[in-house]
Design a protein around this ligand. Structure first.
Ligand SMILES: *[C@@H]1O[C@H](CO)[C@@H](O)[C@H](O)[C@H]1NC(C)=O
Ligand SMILES: *[C@@H]1O[C@H](CO)[C@@H](O)[C@H](O)[C@H]1NC(C)=O
Length: 680
């Protein structure tokens, strides 16, 4: 009797404890989502087969899927703690390219299903530039991130992270697991297209969050991948929604969730039933067209005629879309665009899609078939095959640079005598166009705040290239016309020493050459070797150009003696007189911040120092620009370099450049190529 009573007491106690802990256990398991009734938005859908597809081949978009009922994590007003919970899901990330990652996705607990203000791409549809890091988000998430974003201090482009109100993960680890038998670490590639399983557990007593991943159908690894303490009682709201958030960027990707179970209130989430999980669609090359093989065997005259006609059409088609491919290109395959796609994207390179034409070729605006992505396609003529492999290798490696202040190079295509480069389309064109406005155009003068924003952006992009990426990348051709403005007027560096994009409006024969000359550091002209410090020099010229609204060297504004206008000398003159801001673009009137403008101008001069060793690094430049370090005063003895000291050499350089341009031999006629020929 006594035993029975104590048992009863125990049962009551368990119920009470559970109620106090979190208002009762909540549990659900979805082995496929056919009847799940999830609350979906954006791109998210449930496929007929029952797969939860979070993204659907739309660029720059978001998708969310939540368990429809909010989960009562705490009794309102009870002031209780968030109880233990456990969840697991099987997923697969199917990217268009196997070696090119794109935005990932996350499992999240959120106070709301309304994530309308969240951004796609690196924000994974959870946060935006202002909300990221804000404790008022009350969002807890585990991200499967396939892009390394330096701005969020990501560890690599293939990691799992624990996110508390922020994409700057509070703990993260490269995707993989510890083998139970050997304890060896096994790498997993999130974008491998293979199904994988993730387990997430929260222990309320210790506030320990543990995460593990493994290939699907393997048991949960005993050692967790991540184990970190986060007191979720201070993060998760009394009621909250659990679900998934995903985002796309430029590269097409599909995020699938195949099955998911969740349990709140202690104990492990129900295991998934692999045998009833829906199957992922088969992924592989599309079956080849059978048109010809079907048409030929039919032996009637009409059929033969039809076959000949089809053959003729195919032949013409083949010629029209013919490409040049060589064995060494296999490894660059994913970055190759089909000529037919580029042809279709630009309506056969219609003149009405021409964005600009100049030095290195023509640039067309296009919309890629299928993905409907807007791109800029640059056609560069090239005859020689020499250096092509290196060139393409460079294109591909540059295509992997990812930063919001760099124009993305998406890939390339080769044809006989022609190279095509595919870039992100920048809706607001080049900075040059906004800076050097002709009187007859009605583009408004770019205000100071925007100019400073662009300057800071370009500095950030360049710093990334110089110091933060896996390799040092030298731009070689920094100038206002190579800075493009995206839809939000962020400055993005484009045209990585390859050629020019949007250069209508300037005279390609003279202005360009002379203009570019003002950006070349003296040691680059002398030795022909581009370095990060020659980039800094060009950046200095760029700073003055943006602040003053004038080009570094202006032929048309020669003085009475016939000497050309040299912007750096002119700014230096103002500095000597103690009124450096007198050099600020007159069109701004008094509409600028004198301390900021003074800083930009002095920094410009510091970057233009004739001796490379004295110039600041891009890291220092960004510190001066954001005020985290004071810019040292210029020495009173400061002189700019004599832009025309190497004049003869310049002249020879540009002559050879012009010749090559007119003969169309553009194999690798980049600035690096030119400096190479002048170095010997
Ligand atoms: C993807 O989702 C968006 C948003 O729901 C929708 O407008 C679009 O038509 C979908 N695209 C495809 C290819 O299903
Ligand atoms: C977690 O936070 C809650 C609410 O602030 C607090 O009551 C509790 O003591 C914390 N738990 C631990 C283990 O720190």
């Amino acid at each position: 009797m006594a035993a029975k009573r104590s048992l009863l007491l125990l049962v009551v106690l368990v119920v009470v404890v559970e109620a106090a802990a979190g208002g009762g256990a909540v549990e659900f398991a979805y082995n496929g989502f056919g009847t799940a009734g999830l609350s979906l938005d954006g791109m998210a859908t449930v496929t007929p087969a029952g797969l939860l597809l979070l993204t659907n081949d739309t660029n720059m978009s978001k998708g969310h899927a939540f368990h429809r009922e909010p989960v009562r994590f705490r009794r309102a007003g009870a002031g209780g703690m968030v109880p233990s919970f456990s969840t697991t899901f099987v997923f697969a990330i199917v990217s268009e390219f196997l070696d090119l990652s794109t935005s990932g996705f996350a499992l999240l607990v959120s106070p709301t299903t309304d994530l309308a203000t969240a951004m796609p791409q690196q924000y994974l549809g959870m946060f935006n530039g202002t909300s990221n890091g804000d404790a008022r988000n009350h969002v807890f998430a585990v991200e499967l991130d396939t892009v390394r974003n330096p701005e969020f201090a990501d560890i690599n482009n293939n990691h799992v992270g624990v996110d508390v109100n922020s994409l700057n993960s509070s703990a993260a680890a490269p995707a993989g697991y510890f083998d139970d038998a050997t304890a060896a670490f096994r790498d997993l590639s999130l974008i491998s297209r293979d199904p994988m399983q993730l387990w997430l557990d929260y222990d309320a007593a210790t506030t320990e969050v543990t995460v593990a991943v493994a290939p699907a159908r393997q048991p949960r690894p005993q050692a967790p991948l991540i184990s970190t303490k986060v007191n979720l009682s201070t993060v998760i709201t009394d009621t909250a929604y659990v679900g998934f958030s995903s985002a796309s960027s430029i590269v097409l990707v599909k995020h699938y969730v195949v099955g998911w179970s969740f349990r709140l209130g202690g104990g492990a989430a129900q295991p998934l039933d692999y045998d009833t999980l829906p199957k992922l669609p088969r992924i592989g090359p599309r079956p080849r067209s059978k048109a010809l093989t079907v048409a030929l065997p039919i032996a009637t005259t009409a059929a033969v005629l039809a076959a000949v006609a089809i053959g003729f059409v195919l032949l013409r088609r083949r010629r029209r879309y013919a490409e040049l491919r060589e064995d060494w290109e296999v490894e660059f395959g994913p970055h190759r665009f089909a000529y037919k796609d580029l042809y279709d994207a630009t309506d056969g390179f219609e003149t009405k899609h021409l964005l600009g034409a100049g030095g290195f070729g023509r640039v067309y605006k296009g919309v890629l078939p299928g993905s409907r992505t807007e791109v800029a396609v640059k056609k560069v003529s090239h005859e020689s095959r020499q250096g092509m492999k290196e060139f393409v290798a460079e294109v591909v490696s540059i295509g992997r640079l990812r930063h919001r202040n760099l124009v993305r190079l998406l890939g390339y295509c080769r044809r006989k005598g022609e190279l095509l480069l595919v870039y992100d389309c920048m809706p607001n064109g080049s900075l040059d166009k906004h800076l050097h406005v002709h009187d007859d155009e009605d583009t408004p003068v770019l205000d100071w705040a925007r100019r400073l924003h662009v300057i800071r952006g370009v500095a950030a992009g360049l710093l990334y290239m110089h110091e933060d990426w896996e390799k040092v990348v030298i731009h070689r051709d920094i100038k206002a016309s190579n800075v493009l403005l995206d839809g939000e007027m962020n400055g993005r560096l484009g045209d990585f020493g390859l050629a020019r994009l949007y250069d209508h409006g300037s005279d390609p024969q003279t202005t360009h050459v002379v203009g570019t000359m003002g950006y070349l550091s003296p040691e680059l002209v002398r030795t022909g070797k581009a370095t990060t410090l020659s980039d800094v020099f060009a950046f200095g010229a760029f700073l003055l150009e943006v602040a003053c609204g004038r080009r570094p060297i202006e032929e048309e504004n020669a003085d009475a003696a016939g000497d050309r206008f040299v912007l750096a000398d002119w700014v230096l003159g103002h500095w000597r007189k103690g009124s450096i801001t007198g050099a600020v673009d007159a069109r701004l009137g008094s509409e600028y911040e004198p301390t900021e403008a003074g800083l930009v101008l002095r920094l410009g001069l510091a970057c233009l120092h004739p001796s490379p060793a004295v110039r600041p690094s891009m890291r220092q430049v960004t510190q001066y620009l954001d005020g985290s370090a004071p810019l040292p005063e210029l020495p009173a003895t400061y002189v700019t370099c004599d832009m025309f000291a190497g004049m003869e050499k310049y002249q020879a350089l540009f002559d050879s450049w012009s010749v090559r341009r007119s003969t169309g031999d553009m194999s690798i006629a980049t600035m690096s190529d030119i400096s190479l020929s002048c170095g010997r």
